[in-house]
Design a protein around this ligand. Structure first.
Ligand code: NAP
Length: 248
């Protein structure tokens, strides 16, 4: 029996990488899906087709999550087109890695705007319908960088650590209304985001991971599907690292 039968999920940044895998897994578990992208319409359309092949409904919505009104319009469209919304996955994220000494102000602002303000934007848009229906699942994709820090990632780590404080606070605000807010913190998962890491750096990173290998996008998707399911109804405010033991 599919664990998300009858549910509707919006997954931000789901045209590629981890977001795409989350969207496909939630659809595999019976949910209808709103795909979101910012530039890559062709890839988003392809994910919609894959979900339809699984027998679920899907739409794709262009929106920059860092823009307050675009994020609100995206949430409203998902509800209008798919009937209701049960699950919000904040996955869209960017990096602009640079040692702080050389980091430009716009590198700082761009990362905080998409990775952290984007979460504020979508959560505020989704919480009203969630409050009305007295149910809802919010799952925010952070990073081990937000737990451990990483050289060259002061902006990214600040955004991902900020997301954790945001999520715990929101979990407290929304808990009494039957809405859960949780965080998944991926370790190193090969995607376009980190495709430029050289072999030496990859070998170094691998040497730090107790399971001695990188994760796959599906590893993150399975954790998100569990947190979105009825079986996880008594779990809120947690940060679940999916990182091969890297952050323990
Ligand atoms: P990715 O392959 O670079 O994909 C990024 C996705 O986000 C794309 O769908 C992109 O859309 C979308 N996006 C970017 N900016 C956006 C914006 N302003 N508004 C809406 N969508 C936007 O990244 P990924 O590796 O899958 O990472 C996904 C999430 O996991 C991120 O939050 C990242 O920080 C986190 N994470 C990743 C790793 C890892 O090792 N990969 C580790 C820890 C955490 P377009 O296709 O339209 O550009």
């Amino acid at each position: 029996m599919a664990i998300l039968s009858g549910k509707v999920a919006l997954v931000t940044g789901s045209s590629r990488g981890i977001g795409r895998a989350i969207a496909l897994e939630l659809a595999h578990q019976g949910a209808d899906i709103a795909i979101n992208y910012v530039h890559n319409a062709i890839a988003a359309t392809e994910v919609v087709r894959e979900i339809e092949t699984l027998g679920q409904r899907a739409i794709s919505l262009e929106a920059d999550v860092g823009d307050f009104s675009q994020a609100k319009t995206m949430v409203d469209c998902a509800i209008k087109e798919l009937g209701h919304l049960d699950i919000l996955v904040n996955n869209a994220g960017i990096t602009r890695d640079m040692l702080l000494m050389r980091m430009r102000e716009d590198d700082w602002e761009a990362v905080l705007r998409v990775n952290l303000k984007g979460v504020f934007n979508t959560c505020q848009a989704a919480m009203r319908p969630f409050l009305r229906q007295r149910s809802g699942r919010i799952i925010n994709i952070s990073s081990v960088s937000g737990l451990m820090g990483q050289v060259g990632q002061t902006n990214y780590a600040a955004s991902k650590a900020g997301m954790i404080g945001f999520s715990k606070s929101l979990a407290r605000e929304l808990g009494p209304r039957g809405i859960t807010v949780n965080v998944v913190a991926p370790g190193f998962i090969p995607t376009d985001l980190n495709a430029d890491l050289d072999a030496e750096m990859q070998a170094h990173l691998k040497s730090l991971i107790p399971l001695a290998r990188f994760g796959a996008v599906e590893d993150i998707a399975y954790a998100v599907a569990f947190l979105a399911s009825a079986q996880a109804h008594y779990i809120t405010g947690v940060v679940l690292p999916v990182d091969g033991g890297l952050s323990m």
